[in-house]
Write a protein that binds this ligand. Sequence first.
Ligand code: GLN
Length: 540
Amino acid sequence: MPKYIFVTGGVISSVGKGTVAASIGKILQSRGYSVDFLKIDPYVNVDAGTLNPYSHGEVFVTDDGGETDLDLGWYERFLDVPMSRLNNLTTGQVFQEVIRRERAGEYLGQCVQIVTHVTDEIKRRIRLVAERRGADIIIVEIGGTVGDIEAQPFYEAARQMKLEEETLFVHVSLVIYLKTTGEFKTKALQHSVNELRRTGIQPDIIVARSERIIDEPTRRKIALFGTLPKEAVFCSYDTDVIYEVPLILDQQGLGDYIAKHLSLRNVQSDLAEWRRIVETFKSNGPLVKIAVCGKYTALTDSYISIKEALKHASAYQNARLEILWVDAEKVERDSIEEFSKLEEAHGILVPGGFGRRGSEGKIIAINLARTQDKPFLGICFGLQMAVVEFSRNVLGLKGANSTEHDQDTPHPVIDLMPEQRQTEQKGGTMRLGSLPVVIRKGTLAYKLYESELIHQRHRHRYEVNPAYHQKLTGAGLVFSGLSPDGRRVEIIELPSKKYFIATQYHPEFKSRPGKPEPVFRGLIAAALAEVKIKDVQVKV
Ligand code: GLN
């Protein structure tokens, strides 16, 4: 029988529930249990695909094409188990199904209500995760903060499940550290525990999120107000390496405590390999600076998988990483500050994006990378803008553009994919999810992937216009990756450059600590070579 661990959050959103949920998963996985997840997002959107990354962070794309919450990215990076669209549940999905059933007459004669119709649907979706892969333990993370109006049906469903299944409730809440007096303040946490109790849920475990490790009196106080033994209180304190959190929590006995409470066979956890990987993130090696030129750089959560993929690749090659966030719109406005970051960087990355705003700035950044032969990686929109830059400045096609920005361009080198022309609906209608990419032998892509066939995740509506394929390749642009039918460009590269590669797919979603994604690994390797060249220049 599957067992369910519910993770709730208190005091503030972004308290670190996702990391704690992923860490619990990692600890249990390291004890030989199979773990699956459900992230609940109480907003009414059906999925994260229609949310602004600027306010909500990145949209994480799953193999099966789900446009999901970024916490699924943490689950994948920590456990290296692929998530699916079913691992993310929103209020929108719940209501869509309940209303569909009501219209189909499945509740004929009944008054359809939050309790029990909506809560039953929530419980069905939670159990569906357990059924799908038959995991031993399902970790259900309820997004937002306890007390949020929109989350109430989910807490109610969780409360009911306590009666029906073997469950464990973990409450993650903020403890404020007052630097001036050196004190830990727990009042806000106490209030959040009370708020949780008002929903009928008594936590079994409290994880105090804090700047530094809480002291014994604070731990006792949290236990006392939480009506828990002090062994049930843990602390997740700030660390530079997020992947260290499972080690921090397991060292405090979290794995043993959960095993006891869920009557699991208490096997010793084996986190030795994970510990070795975590150590690589504390490297003292050379510093590589990578400029990421995008539109949402003020909220770096918008690029969280890219940030982590760069970290994985750097740690793997014993390098320290500094990301220089470059605002594409400011580049457009000739900002000297943003330009100097592009100049200073050992490599430039242009990530995915949508719309005209900032696109010319990205083209300028790509032009700088190409003409100065700086290592370059373009992703999705980054590939598309690299093709525009090449068309304008190498092929001499004046005004070349993507029809996403300019319907009347004389040279639509990037154009809507034919099947997208019939699509009017916005949600979940892009070319999405894992698809095969055929790699040409003898190319940089082949050197990186060492395979003629890879599978990568996609999220786009536009592509390199087939009418321009010949012109582009004729001028030296290599299409090193294509869709199996040969008509869709997946990877481009410029063999005359040290490292100039771009992908239509999103490689960042498949990068893991200890297993960096090849195009990121290649970018850091090429950037490390630049560090060495710069060092020699400084010495001369
Ligand atoms: N806007 C572009 C498209 O729809 C690129 C999308 C992306 O970068 N994810 O094709």
